[in-house]
Design a protein around this ligand. Structure first.
Ligand SMILES: Nc1ncnc2c1ncn2[C@@H]1O[C@H](COP(=O)(O)OP(=O)(O)OP(=O)(O)O)[C@@H](O)[C@H]1O
Ligand SMILES: [Mg+2]
Length: 451
């Protein structure tokens, strides 16, 4: 007896140690081999309760065999026993039905599964319930993705994949960068050819410049012209000057550069028309002008007016930026605009500009209005996610593309030194501004001596 107990204890200990070691040394296979199957069993076994707790069940009347226990007070009941007579019969009863679950499919960080909606349910019901489901399953988050008629897919992630992000921004594909990771574990990819202009919003110290660094590092090895607008006295972009074809640090320089760009866009228009092309991408390769990516660090500075005399300049800047945005998408000029907020209070033309910036990135913001201003009237859950970004995790953001989908994401940390190094390493790829706009240079940043 004692021996058997010792043996059992020994086997259990060895098993536990083995599992622990497996989990420690090869977490991926442990997850697929042990973690996921046990989680899946738990999810199926508890789904009725979870769905009921989260208000997703429906009551149905069903015919059921029931076992009725009818207490009968027997003749000798005076003192004690009641007799229970049991009757089986079929009758209609109320039953609670949970939505039907599909097959649980493992992902690297959790699992996804389809759920069939009950009649009358909408995906928003599941979005509302998602937090409750996440707590019930003891996972980091549950998200509703991939909505089809009558079916939603729930995506559960066990832990926040955004605590550490390690990717390289360089993709090797023209006008495409990989600035970080998405919450679902996939790479976050910004492709300027599908979404030409981006608005990057966030409170101070939320990670806007870091994202700009990642974009610069990703674009530096590519045959593109980078242009910087940095009205914070040039402190942000001057270190990257070796890779910038032009850099404006005052409003006058911005106006001049934008004037150049608008003229260049008009030339590209003529070029395309003559070649019978709708945009620069359908031009023959030899004729295709170099793509331009214009980075604006703090857009509010462009619109700020200290006195009336600046009104003209501001109006010119606003009009030119808007034109660049409108025409740029077809003619290879892309805008990446960073700002703490970009609302109509900055001045006329700002709302129109914002409407052109179809790619959106919302970092931590100070007020809910900025989140909804940045993300538009997207899914309320996206706004909620943006508002919930804590200050301790700079670089975490909610990103939305043109197609209405949104993701929580985090940019990879790219220090100024790294971006500066990339700018220096690829300085030889910098097209001359005069070659880009086919005119005399306006501002060609001086390459620092140290380079
Ligand atoms: N993805 C990230 N991972 C880790 N740290 C980050 C990340 N993004 C930013 N940080 C850190 O957060 C700090 C603030 O970031 P950043 O300068 O990009 O903010 P910002 O939004 O540009 O602020 P400001 O409006 O003041 O210019 C930086 O010191 C940087 O080290
Ligand atoms: Mg900044």
């Amino acid at each position: 007896m004692g021996d058997t107990l010792t043996l059992a204890l020994g086997v259990l200990t060895v098993g536990a140690v083995g599992l622990g070691a497996w989990r420690r040394w090869h977490p991926a296979s442990f997850w697929y081999g042990v973690g996921f199957p046990s989680r899946a069993a738990l999810v199926y076994l508890t789904w009725r309760h979870v769905a009921s707790g989260c208000g997703l069940t429906r009551h149905r009347r069903r015919w059921r065999w029931t076992l009725d226990a009818v207490p009968i007070v027997g003749p000798a009941a005076r003192g004690a026993a009641t007799v229970v007579e049991q009757k089986r019969r079929v009758r209609r009863v109320d039953v609670e039905r949970a939505p039907r679950l599909g097959v649980l499919r493992p992902t690297r960080l959790g699992w996804r599964m389809r759920v069939r909606l009950h009649d009358g349910q909408v995906p928003a019901d599941y979005e509302r319930a998602a937090e409750g489901i996440a707590h019930a399953w003891r996972v980091h988050s549950v998200r509703v993705v991939d909505v089809r008629p009558g079916v939603v897919t729930l995506w559960a992630t066990m832990r926040d994949p955004l605590t550490t992000v390690t990717v390289t921004p360089e993709t090797g594909e023209l006008l495409t960068v990989r600035p970080g990771k998405l919450e679902n574990g996939a790479d976050w990819v910004i492709n300027l050819r599908t979404v030409p202009h981006w608005l990057i919003a966030g409170a101070t110290q939320s990670g806007k410049s870091n994202l700009a660094n990642a974009v610069i590092k990703g674009l530096a090895p590519q045959p593109v012209a980078l242009v910087g607008f940095d009205l914070k006295g040039g402190v942000e972009f001057t270190p990257y000057a070796p890779r910038l074809s032009a850099l404006a640090t005052t409003r006058a320089e911005c106006v001049a550069l934008l004037g150049d760009l608008v003229a260049e866009l008009e030339e590209r228009m003529v070029l395309c028309r003559e070649a019978g092309a709708r945009n620069v991408w359908t031009l023959p390769e030899g004729l295709r002008p170099v793509p331009v990516v214009l980075l604006v660090d703090e857009v509010a500075e462009l619109f700020l007016m200290a006195d009336k005399s600046e009104k003209d300049q501001v109006a010119k800047t606003a009009t030119a930026l808007l034109r660049v945005a409108q025409l740029g998408r077809a003619f290879g000029v892309h805008l990446i605009v960073c700002g703490q907020r970009i609302g109509s209070d900055l001045g006329p033309g700002v709302t129109a500009l914002r409407a052109q910036l179809s790619g959106r990135v919302c970092h931590r913001v100070n007020d809910p209005e900025t989140a909804s201003m940045t993300l538009g009237d997207l899914n309320p859950a996206a706004l909620e996610a943006a508002r919930a970004i804590p200050a301790e995790t700079p670089g975490v953001c909610v990103t939305a593309g043109q197609d209405g989908t949104w993701h929580r994401a985090r940019s990879v940390y790219v220090s100024e030194a790294q971006a500066e190094q990339a700018a220096r390493d690829h300085a030889h790829l910098t097209p001359d501004w005069s070659a880009v706009v086919g005119s005399a240079p306006v501002t060609r940043p001086a390459v620092p001596e140290a380079a």
